[in-house]
Every structure is written in structure tokens, then in C-alpha cells.
Design a protein around this ligand. Structure first.
Ligand code: MLT
Length: 200
């Protein structure tokens, strides 16, 4: 998978960056820098090209996912994380995902499919990635969700549904609402930094 890795301090987590549709592995670098400039960074480019726009999995149309591809791509990323931990010599159990939009949905899908895959997650404007799976145990897993009360793509009802599913699985979800539609705002990133600093 196309990616970049930046070595940080050994005792810090590895931030797994997952961009939104049409983004690249460079997009979330400033956000990782704001959240924890000492952490290592593993930033991945989505394998799918939708009319030239990178994404992490196929969709049938806006908001309707190709579930077969989602499952396949989730496993591919899961295997990639194992490979990357060996290649870059970091602890596989020390990964915190930071994803926006399609990247947040991919981070959500990792959580939905694999137990202990992440040590935490910052999900900016996520949806419910898939409804046909039983979630693994996520007892006390810290998750930050940033969402928009007027987000036309990741609707607030769906974000609330996602929060409920994660909490049912045991996760500790912190929710932060904005009202700037699907945009990722500076206030949202600052709030996620506060949350991150209190947890790690
Ligand atoms: C998705 O396809 O993952 C969501 O609709 C968000 C996006 O537009 O990327």
C-alpha cells in the first residue's frame, strides 16, 4: 500500500492517518502534528480510485458502501499494519487511528472487524461502516468522534447510531459536535487534541 512513515519518540503511539475521499497520505499530516508532534506517523493512501479520487473501499453510490470490497480492504489494511510494525519496528498494539470521512469509516471498519486492532481512534465525521457484523469486545477502548449537526454526508442520526454501537461493545466514546457540515474544523481538531492528551 502506498504510505509514508515518520519515526517519532519510541514511547509514543503510532498515529495511523486515513484521509477522506480524494485525499492522499499527505493530507492529515498537519493534524497529526497538532495532536501529537512527538508520535510516529503511518499514513496510508486508499487503494481505490474513484474517478481519480483515492478512497479506502468502493461504494455503490454516495453513502452506500460496497460491503464485499469494504471487508476485503479492511483485511488488507489489517495485514498491512502487521507488515508495517515489523518493517518499521514499532509495537503493533500501540496504534491510534486518526481518520476523516472515508478514512474514519475505514478506521471504524477495522474496529468493527478485529479485536484489539487499535489502541484508540479519532474519527472525524464517521458513518456506520457496516451493519451485518457482531462487534468485537472493545472494553474501555477510547474513541473520539467529531461530527456535524448539519453534516449532509455523515448524518447526525447515523453518527449517534455509531456511538451507540461502539458503546454497546464497551468502548468509551467522547462525542464532539460542530455545525459546519462535513468540514473538519480547527476547533474539532483542538478538542481531539485535548481528548488525546487526557488519554495517552
Ligand atoms: C464514504 O464514502 O466513506 C462516505 O460517504 C464519506 C465520503 O464521502 O468519503
Amino acid at each position: 500500500m502506498k504510505h509514508l512513515f515518520k519515526q517519532g519518540k519510541a514511547d509514543k503511539p503510532v498515529l495511523l492517518l486515513l484521509h477522506g475521499t480524494g485525499g492522499t497520505e499527505e493530507d492529515l499530516l498537519p493534524i497529526a502534528e497538532m495532536i501529537d508532534r512527538e508520535a510516529s506517523v503511518l499514513s496510508v493512501r486508499g487503494q481505490i480510485s474513484e474517478q481519480g479520487m483515492p478512497r479506502f473501499f468502493k461504494r455503490l453510490r454516495e453513502g452506500v458502501f460496497d460491503e464485499e470490497d469494504l471487508v476485503y480492504r479492511t483485511e488488507e489494511l489489517f495485514e498491512f499494519l502487521k507488515w508495517a510494525a515489523k518493517e518499521y519496528d514499532f509495537d503493533r498494539n500501540n496504534i491510534i487511528a486518526i481518520g476523516y470521512s472515508n478514512g474514519a469509516n475505514m478506521a471504524g471498519s477495522l474496529l468493527f472487524h478485529y479485536e484489539d486492532v487499535l489502541k484508540g481512534a479519532v474519527l472525524f465525521h464517521p458513518m456506520v461502516p457496516i451493519r451485518s457484523v457482531t462487534l468485537p469486545n472493545m472494553t474501555q477502548l477510547p474513541i473520539f468522534i467529531g461530527a456535524g449537526t448539519n453534516d449532509p454526508i455523515c448524518k447526525p442520526e447515523e453518527t449517534t447510531e455509531l456511538k451507540g454501537l461502539l458503546e454497546e461493545a464497551g468502548a468509551e466514546v467522547y462525542m464532539y459536535w460542530e455545525s459546519y457540515g462535513h468540514r473538519l474544523t480547527e476547533a474539532e481538531v483542538s478538542e481531539s487534541k485535548k481528548w488525546y492528551t487526557s488519554k495517552y
